[in-house]
Write a protein that binds this ligand. Structure first.
Ligand SMILES: [Zn+2]
Length: 251
């Protein structure tokens, strides 16, 4: 499980014995970093790409990854018509999907992607319609034996409470902290339900938003977990053997 340092943005890579899944790409300027990272692991093509939501700090570089590395299936949230972006990042993404012939699927909460026996990803959201793109983020849980990782994109408190209300199991050893540690996310009830041993903040140093916010750090401190940050630790790699989780950091 790789949390790739892409500055102020998100990029996570799940690698199992013979499958690879990329969640988000970071901004366009980091596409080379992510492509190199993927290729250095010997991955020739991605099985799935999950675009959590169409903001440039999540999908800005995805077109280049799709064109260079390729993917069988690209999963994205179906957002309401008035929120469909008109940005160049989003239109480049759609062009790259079309030109490479990748399949597109809209995220359905409750659907599963099987990666190997005992290893799968459950999509948890979006479970509702929202007025902003952050809440439309695809949250998903990767399960490998007794280990679980929760990826959250930029969901905010509304989407967090909808996920809890949906009855989904959110417990995880490791959480990708929603929305770069913004105080608009990580409600105490949500974090408590996840009950992580490790919280990973994907943030740039410095960034314009003051992420991670101190209230958010306090929430994870109160829960009592180890906090890791891409701005301080660089890329972070977790290894899960189905029972235990270990990690290494670049810095
Ligand atoms: Zn973001």
């Amino acid at each position: 499980m790789h949390f790739i340092d892409v500055g102020q943005g998100d990029s996570e890579l799940i690698v199992t014995k013979d499958k690879a899944v990329l969640i988000d790409s970071g901004e366009r300027e980091y596409s080379g970093t992510v492509i190199q990272y993927i290729k250095a692991l010997g991955i020739e093509k991605l099985d799935y790409i999950i675009c959590t939501h169409p903001h440039s700090d999540h999908i800005g570089g995805m077109y280049a990854i799709i064109e260079d590395v390729g993917a069988d299936t690209v999963i994205m949230p179906k957002v309401s018509d008035e929120l469909v972006p008109t940005t160049s990042a989003f239109s480049r993404l759609l062009d790259s999907i079309e030109s490479t012939g990748a399949a597109v699927k809209y995220a359905q909460a409750g659907s599963m992607l099987t990666l190997a026996e005992g290893s799968y990803i459950e999509l948890l959201s979006p479970v509702n319609d929202y007025e902003d793109l952050n809440n439309y983020s695809i949250a998903c849980r990767f399960i490998h034996g007794a280990n679980a990782f929760l990826f959250t994109g930029d969901i905010e408190k509304d989407a967090e409470s909808d996920i809890l209300d949906s009855g989904a199991d959110v417990r995880a050893d490791v959480i990708k902290v929603p929305h770069h540690g913004s105080h608009t996310s990580s409600s105490y009830d949500f974090v408590k339900a996840v009950s992580p041993d490790y919280a990973v903040f994907e943030v740039g140093s410095p960034n314009d938003y003051g992420h991670p916010h101190k209230e958010t750090l306090k929430t994870y401190e109160d829960i009592g977990c180890t906090m890791l940050r891409t701005d301080l630790n660089g890329s972070i790699v977790f290894t899960a053997d189905g029972n235990t989780v270990t990690y290494e950091t670049e810095k």
